[in-house]
Design a protein around this ligand. Structure first.
Ligand SMILES: C[C@](O)(C(=O)O)[C@H](CC(=O)O)C(=O)O
Length: 305
């Protein structure tokens, strides 16, 4: 019997009120490999991290559907049974494009994705000056996603995000999320929750509807741990900068050291083999041997120097 897809697994766990999903942000293959090795049972593809790592650009609507789909497909398929929750920004156009986004994400193995109510020229939710589309346009995005997933018979989970808090306030944001829920969204996402009181209130206001907490440290939201988010009643927590944050500072420090000393001076454990083992070296060698390949019979480890 075929195993359930990651989307089906995620959808089922959302039906169990005791299940809680912690998804560290990943942005490239190595960060995803490390998150899987650390034992996380779900991953989050950060759009900000994708823009930064794929294009060296800020989170300003620079990534296209093709950029995002390609990254999501690679990430989702490193461990196809592990749900990948992926950023889908505004859905990349009107209802027709949102439907294409939904279909392409579903066929790429993505388990869940979020669509928001910013204008196409969006920005990171933790920057000021965000502009919004009206509620009818937002709801048509959500409806397009829900109808597309139903048309192709996919369990992909549709997460409705609103960025309305910053300019329109709490009540209007809640009204937008209610409208998205009525349009069939599976999960709600109030971007930029600005206090613990607000976190508690949104849980009360949507009792029974799963909500995601976006934990961007040093952004608009106070630091709330995974345990605390679960106690508050959230069902999913994402940490968009969990890997790109440490990567940035470690790379910067390493480069400063190289510039200063003329040698990277890496930790002893950091051999080429170690790097490749993080990225599936041993599994690849098994695939080769199982098919009768002989190229790697002797392994790839160098002798003692
Ligand atoms: C969640 C988010 O969409 C992301 O791209 O990871 C960003 C995170 C960030 O840039 O702070 C967002 O919150 O808009």
């Amino acid at each position: 019997m075929a195993l359930p897809s990651a989307a089906t697994t995620l959808r089922q766990s959302l039906q169990d009120p005791k299940a809680f999903i912690t998804a560290p942000g990943v942005y490239d293959g190595m960060s995803a490999r490390l998150a899987l090795a650390a034992g996380f049972e779900a991953l989050y593809m950060t759009g900000a991290g994708t823009a930064a790592s794929v294009h060296g650009q800020a989170d300003l609507a620079i990534c296209t559907l093709n950029d995002m789909r390609a990254n999501a497909e690679m990430l989702a398929n490193l461990s196809p049974r592990t749900p990948l929750i992926a950023d889908a920004d505004t859905g990349y156009g009107g209802p027709i494009m949102v439907a294409r986004t939904t279909e392409q994400y579903a066929r790429s193995g993505v388990a869940a994705f979020h669509i928001e109510d910013q204008v196409q020229t969006k920005r990171c939710g933790h920057l000021s000056g965000k502009q919004l589309v009206d509620t009818a346009t937002y709801v048509s995005r959500i409806r397009a996603a829900v109808q597309a997933r139903q048309r192709i018979g996919s369990d992909i989970v549709v997460i409705a995000r609103t960025d309305a808090l910053q300019s329109l306030g709490y009540e209007e944001s809640i009204a937008r999320l209610r409208a998205a829920r009525e349009a069939g969204a599976d999960v709600g996402f109030l971007e930029g929750i600005s206090s613990r009181e607000m976190a508690k209130k949104v849980i009360d206001d949507f009792a029974g509807w799963p909500l995601v907490l976006n934990m961007v440290e040093h952004g608009s939201t106070p630091s709330i741990s995974s345990q605390e988010a679960q106690e508050l009643g959230f069902r999913i927590i994402i940490f968009p900068f969990a890997t790109i944050g440490p990567a940035l500072t470690a790379m910067r420090d390493g480069l400063e050291k190289l510039k200063r000393d003329g040698l990277p001076g890496l930790d002893k454990e950091l051999t080429p083999q170690m790097l490749f083992r993080v990225c599936g070296l041993d599994e690849s060698l098994k695939v080769d041997a199982a098919a009768g390949g002989v190229a790697f019979e002797g392994g790839v480890d160098l002798g003692e120097k």
